[in-house]
Design a protein around this ligand. Structure first.
Ligand code: ADP
Ligand code: MG
Length: 686
């Protein structure tokens, strides 16, 4: 028979750490009581608490089955309405009983009412609680009171006291920079405060999580995270990588001559940063960030030439075939002129071609391999991989990033890694989660670029928009038409593209209108992209498959339909497909009739801003770090108590503190990590 689990273990609160840190998700203020009359007159958005005697309790069937309870005090009445209810509730709220209720009051058909209030049955003279009521996250079948009692009992255990002992003596801090930390309450005191707030506590700061007790917990959590990342950094410095220091620079110089432009200052700066890393004996772990069109590819090419010059192979990997192919097309003329052998490897190659590519990679004949995930599959082994360049790395999983090392004798040699991303990581996020990642930013666009003009238009303006496209195409320009995102149904999405394509073809008979979507074979997709690139297709109707990397400088107009369904970064990425040449480009965001406030705000931000970093900050505040980091990197390593927007200053303080502790008292750092992360330490290392 299965052992019946206690409520706390059902919640996973089996260790002292889990129990003590199962902190309230919020607090309810039940210390205040107002009369029914006051409650009804306020009709506020906020929950209020009132009480009264039940004078009516019946199940009504119109408009649907519901329990309607009427309570009254000496001068007013209030309706309570329950659409779902148990027989036990009917009993609890029987006529004559006395109830204390908490909820929002709204104006109902028959006067003021509360829908689904929290209800307590008690005696009229039951005193009000003196302190805020903690509310815990829980699961079905385990009530708040059970959790509260369980935690109360658990906190008395010796093992919990042990867990909460001070490890790092904050009170002894001398450096004035850390005075804030020095004045924080002890961990034990903080935990107790958070579970049992003092009646006279500053309620606001408790609720907003800025109270010193919260700060202490946030500090602890951040410290563990920063220590773990900084330690990973130290570990990386102990690893061996191909060393590239006997630089002649010949190949790089030749490539610089081949490039049809001179590097921007920003490109030169990041290239120096990368070259500097490549000379080191430990693996580079660098992210090259730059807005769409900032010229990351050329920088990546220089890095590739540098590694090849030192006799190493280079892999360039992209998350989709379209993207990989874009790189292949760009790199091929450059590198074949340098006399370098490039090989192409993706999953869609025929078995024989694949085998040939794999062989060339294994015997070292291929100096530069470009492709997709296929490059890191088991049967591919590079002879001497020196540098892995990974485009749009956040679209690959963490695990895949780790696979670029090889065994030489009993020594592991780690390839240098250069990640590229056009999705800017907000500074706060980078500082917190990417402490073991060096970041280079190209913060300047190549000269002569005209900023993209973004307009927002109601969907009903479609005929004008089509006229606009015609005018643009007549000037020999090209355009994209991006179809709405339909998350619920791929079939519907496909249908939309097909329909739109048909309509636009009929409207613009004098032009070639092409179509591209994710359900097409990669050969078909490439063929269409190629036609578009050649200018044989003038208007390309697509889904978001063109989101990243596609580069057609003659395309100067983009229409995004139902733009309100897209997120910040999607639109920003899409929009980056235009404005790649010398001509003025326009992006039109068409929106549907019913715009939510959030969507309106989003479109406005996008219309007014073209800087990817500004947009990324908006995105962060909207979605939180989890989504921006990608599911793989969030999960366990997410911070539970820290809010990056609110606590950014704390992050930077703790970062420095972590650095000092690691240097001065590595044993304390270790103890702290064990307390906080236990088995999660390894996870964070990745
Ligand atoms: P990203 O990958 O950062 O989006 P790309 O490397 O694809 O950008 O560059 C975008 C376009 O700008 C390409 O057509 C490229 O040839 C061009 N380009 C890159 N660097 C420069 C430069 N320094 N001067 C002029 N044009 C450049
Ligand atoms: Mg690119």
């Amino acid at each position: 028979m299965p052992e019946s689990k206690s409520p706390l273990s059902r919640l996973g609160l089996t260790s002292p750490a889990a129990l003590a840190l199962h902190l309230p998700i919020r607090y309810e203020d039940e210390t205040l009581l107002i009369s029914i009359d006051q409650a009804s007159r306020g009709l506020s958005q906020d929950a209020v608490q009132t009480q009264g005697k039940v004078i009516g309790c019946e199940v009504k069937f119109r408009p649907r089955r519901q329990l309607v309870v009427l309570i009254a005090d000496q001068d007013a009445e209030l309706t309570l309405r329950f659409l779902n209810f148990y027989p036990s509730q009917q009993k609890q709220m029987a006529v004559g009983n006395f109830l204390r209720v908490r909820g929002e009051v709204r104006q109902g058909f028959f006067g003021p009412e509360m829908v689904h209030p929290t209800v307590k049955q008690l005696l009229p003279d039951t005193p009000l609680p003196q302190q805020l009521t903690p509310i815990y996250s829980t699961i079905a079948g385990v009530g708040q009171i059970t959790v509260r009692k369980g935690i109360e009992k658990g906190l008395k255990e010796v093992s919990v006291k042990q867990f909460l002992k001070e490890i790092i003596p904050l009170s002894k801090i001398e450096n004035p920079k850390y005075t804030f930390l020095k004045e924080l309450p002890s961990l034990e005191e903080s935990i107790f405060t958070l579970h049992y707030p003092d009646p006279i506590i500053d309620k606001q700061s408790l609720i907003e999580r800025t109270h010193p007790a919260w700060r202490r917990v946030q500090f602890e959590e951040l410290l563990a995270q920063q220590l773990s990342l900084q330690r990973a950094h130290i570990e990386r410095q102990k690893r061996k990588s191909p060393q590239m220091s006997n630089q002649s620079g010949e190949l790089v110089n030749r490539l610089l001559n081949i490039l049809p432009f001179t590097l921007t200052k920003a490109q030169q700066k990041v290239w120096r940063e990368i070259a500097n890393d490549l000379e080191k004996s430990y693996p580079m772990n660098r992210l090259l960030q730059g807005d769409v069109g900032s010229g990351k590819t050329a920088v990546a090419a220089l890095a590739a030439a540098y590694a090849i010059d030192h006799g190493y192979q280079v892999a360039l990997m992209a998350p989709t075939e379209i993207l990989a192919e874009q790189h292949f097309r760009k790199f091929t003329p450059w590198f074949s002129e340098l006399g370098i052998e490039i090989c192409w490897l993706t999953g869609s190659l025929k078995a024989k071609e694949k085998r040939i590519a794999q062989e060339k990679i294994m015997n070292g004949q291929a100096q530069l391999a470009i492709g997709t995930h296929a490059l890191i599959q088991e049967n591919v082994e590079f002879k001497n991989l020196g540098l892995a360049i990974i485009d749009e790395q956040h679209r690959f999983g963490v695990r895949q990033r780790l696979q670029f090392h090889s065994q030489q004798g009993d020594e592991a040699i780690y390839a240098h890694q250069l990640m590229m991303s056009a999705t800017p990581i907000p500074r706060t996020l980078a500082m917190t989660y990417y402490a073991d990642l060096e970041i280079s930013v190209i913060d300047e666009l190549p000269p002569g670029r005209k900023p993209i003009l973004t307009k927002t238009l109601k969907d009903s303006r479609r005929p004008d928009v089509i006229q606009g496209i015609r005018a643009e195409l007549l000037q020999g320009r090209q355009a994209y038409w991006v179809c709405p995102l339909i998350e619920e149904s791929e079939v519907l999405q496909l249908q939309t593209v097909v329909d739109t394509h048909l309509v636009l073809k009929q409207e613009l008979t004098e032009f070639q209108v092409g179509m591209i979507h994710g359900k097409m074979s990669s050969e078909d997709k490439s063929a269409i992209m190629n036609e578009f690139k050649q200018g044989n297709i003038q208007l390309l109707v697509s889904t978001t498959v063109i989101e990243v990397g596609v580069d057609v400088p003659n395309a100067t107009l983009m229409v995004i339909e139902h733009a309100e369904r897209f997120g910040y970064s999607q639109i920003h990425q899409l929009r980056g497909r235009v404005g790649r040449g010398e001509a003025e480009s326009v992006c039109i965001l068409l929106y549907g009739e019913q715009l939510s406030l959030a969507a309106k705000e989003r479109l406005k931000v996008l219309r007014e801003n073209t800087d990817g970093f500004v947009i990324a900050e908006h995105d962060l505040s909207l979605r939180g770090p989890g989504e921006l980091l990608g599911a793989k990197q969030s999960g366990e390593s997410m911070l539970r108590f820290v809010d990056l927007q609110r606590d950014a200053w704390l992050v930077s303080l703790v970062k420095d503190f972590a650095h000092d502790i690691l240097n001065k008292s590595p044993q304390l750092a270790e103890l702290h990590l064990q307390r906080w992360l236990g088995s999660r330490v390894d996870y964070l290392k990745a």
